[in-house]
Design a protein around this ligand. Structure first.
Ligand SMILES: Nc1ncnc2c1ncn2[C@@H]1O[C@H](COP(=O)(O)OP(=O)(O)O)[C@@H](O)[C@H]1O
Ligand SMILES: [Mg+2]
Length: 288
């Protein structure tokens, strides 16, 4: 077990090589103004279509109110009192007693993703194809898995379905979904027709402990698989899609490798990060 001092040192080291990316989000006059780097019309169509789903689905999302094409910004309604589902994860993974309410929140996060995959439609989109690093990292698994992935069901993806964009509203007790835009490492576009496994793997990377390192102290890792199973059950129940666990595990690994490659320039940090995420101690070591 690492001491707090050692953890802080590692955390600082990681911070130094962090790459700065992302769109600009501003809170102005009770609204949220978000500027985009490209394809603001595609982002607006997607945000509108996602918002339409909230009328009959079990999640909510900010209402895109207007799009300014010249400044490439979209104005959204402000959704008050939300917290990242990461808080629920920390609560569940660290508390003395298993908090059963958290389990149903993760089931609902799976339900929400299944609803998005079943109902989101886009007129203008790109079809996802694996890039050279994706193919390289997949090369460590049996080639049948890549074949299965490419034959698997394709859906319009959220594109960044992870803890920072999946929130929870204490007030409405609903999942609140933010930021259906490219994450820059697995999804290079925001308007993507892609295998179901991309969004699933993104979230499951977080469930494996892709959270700030300073939060690691006191986590009971033997509770992790329960959350993964419940999230997948929610997804399968609402989408009707059957998740192949072998394919999913491979894509989770590849997603994490791609994320660390994108985030850290140092090979050493990438190595440390991937081994901190998947290891024998946590019980989630990937057998290649
Ligand atoms: N409409 C909104 N209402 C309330 N909070 C928001 C809204 N949009 C974004 N946020 C908050 O700002 C954070 C960053 O916004 P997000 O759209 O995810 O942009 P990015 O991750 O690209 O910076 C979100 O995680 C959420 O906490
Ligand atoms: Mg975000």
């Amino acid at each position: 077990m690492l001491t707090d001092g050692q953890m802080k040192f590692i955390f600082k080291l990681f911070k130094k090589t962090r790459r700065v990316t992302g769109e600009d989000v501003r809170f102005v006059g009770g609204f949220v103004l978000k500027s985009y780097k490209d394809n603001v019309s595609g982002e607006f169509e997607k945000a509108e279509n996602l918002y339409k789903l909230t009328k009959f689905c079990n999640f909510s999302t900010p209402h895109p109110l207007e799009c300014n094409f010249s400044s490439a910004t979209i104005k959204y309604s402000y959704v008050p009192n939300t917290q990242s589902i990461r808080e629920k994860y920390i609560d569940f993974m660290k508390s003395e007693q298993r908090n059963k309410q958290c389990i149903s929140d993760f089931y609902n996060a799976g339900i929400a993703l299944g609803e998005i995959h079943s109902n989101l439609k886009l007129k203008n989109f790109k079809t996802w194809t694996p890039d050279k690093h994706f193919i390289k990292f997949m090369g460590r698994f049996d080639h049948k898995i890549m074949k299965k992935l490419l034959k698997s069901k394709q859906v319009f993806s959220h594109c960044d379905y992870g803890f920072s964009n999946v929130h929870f509203s204490e007030k409405t007790e609903e999942i609140v979904v933010f930021d259906p835009s490219s994450n820059g490492f697995i999804t290079q576009s925001s308007v993507l027709l892609a295998p179901i496994y991309l969004d699933l793997a993104n979230f499951i990377c977080n469930l494996n402990g892709l959270i700030p390192l300073r939060m690691y102290a006191g986590v009971k890792w033997n509770r992790m698989s329960e959350l993964k199973d419940i999230f997948i059950s929610g997804y399968e129940d609402s989408s009707g899609n059957c998740v192949d666990k072998e394919v999913l595990e491979a894509i989770v690994y590849v997603t994490a490798r791609k994320y660390f490659n994108y985030k850290y320039q140092s090979r050493l940090l990438r190595f440390v990060a991937i081994n901190a995420l998947f290891n024998f101690y946590k019980g989630n070591r990937i057998i290649l």
